[in-house]
Design a protein around this ligand. Sequence first.
Ligand SMILES: Cc1ncc(COP(=O)(O)O)c(C=O)c1O
Length: 428
Amino acid sequence: MSGGEEHLLFFQRAVMDPYCESLPDLSIIGRLRQGRADFAIFAVRNRIPMNAPSKPIQMVDLQTQYQDIRKEVDAAIAGVLGSTHFINGGAVKEFTAHLADYLGVSEVVPCGNGTDALQIALMALDLRPGDEVITSPFTFIATAEVIALLGLKPVFADVQADTFTLDPGEVERRISPRTRVILPVHLYGQCAHMEPLLEMASHHGLAIVEDNAQAIGARYRYADRKEAMAGTIGTIGCTSFYPSKNLGAYGDGGAIMTRDAALGEKLRMICNHGSRVRYYHDVVGVNSRLDTLQAAVLDIKLKRLDDYNRRRQEAADRYDKGLAGLPEVVAPARAAWSTHVFHQYTIRVARDRDVLQNYLRDAGIPTMIYYPVPLHLQPAYKAYGYVPGDFPVSEKLMHEVLSLPMHPELTAEETTYITGKIRSFFQD
Ligand SMILES: Cc1ncc(COP(=O)(O)O)c(C=O)c1O
């Protein structure tokens, strides 16, 4: 063992032990040990400055959130364990009803994760191999993956630079006789511009499947000022309860929603091996379920979702103020047609983005690049024949975007420190 490694080990022990003794729950100690140890290594390597906030800044702070709702969550989990109804237990029905109520839709179909939700939505639309689905190249891979998996053709259309969401003009240019679906992504927490897409869909007889994995709780504002929840605007909406999402489970989870009762029935059937009556199968389906433990956790967090989203918005406002007047940084735009629930707070930095990311890391500030390679340039999608230059906005964004820490627990001290560091990077 080198001298450096010994030093690190000593440092980890010194930091970890006093912290963990006060926590009685073993599984939590395990995770805290890991988190604390990472920080210790980080602190030694990077010499975190003395004016850094007292606890490590996190991209997402599920630990603090869990401590806040721990009693309620532990009791709900104990209730599920006591009932042993792990599959389709009471909590699944309760959460599903509460979510339908929250979203203002008649049909909510819980499922295994957000990727399944997208796949099942497309399966319910009676598409044929080679049918085209127009979507964004600037998103998480799951959006295009399910299209390709079902033998459909992902047709990408570029995004708007300011909102990061599908550009309706670009979508229109790509509508062909084989187009069947438009699949907008409500990226980073606000809705794509849906009304032009709804008009195109109605004109050409297309379905709209919303990828709402990142914007649950956001509200779409129609031109006539009516509002609808994100995910309830198109033919079918899909969401993810991945732990770091605005409504996150303690494992995987997802849901599909629609206002169409017949479609709702079909979606439920596909999730359940294509079956309505046990051992009788009307269509080819999958096995995709939200398990009871996750539903119990989600039901507790759903009650707090609006509050969590409000706290994200407050953190975003503090970031906006802290970064105002800095010409090198473009803060995320708020679209006129949507509220923003800030799944991510993503700035654009045209110059030295990667140098800034390293500088912030050395100051104890984690950041992420969502997404470093647009989908049309991913090796797995080479067969569709796209080449660099096809989607110039997405290709520019991949070099400019930087997502800052964002979660309801982010403090004013932390946002002040982060914006201060960004300012000193450009101004010192
Ligand atoms: C835009 C988008 N679509 C789809 C998904 C897939 O969700 P999941 O990870 O629950 O399968 C995610 C989540 O990671 C996402 O961010």
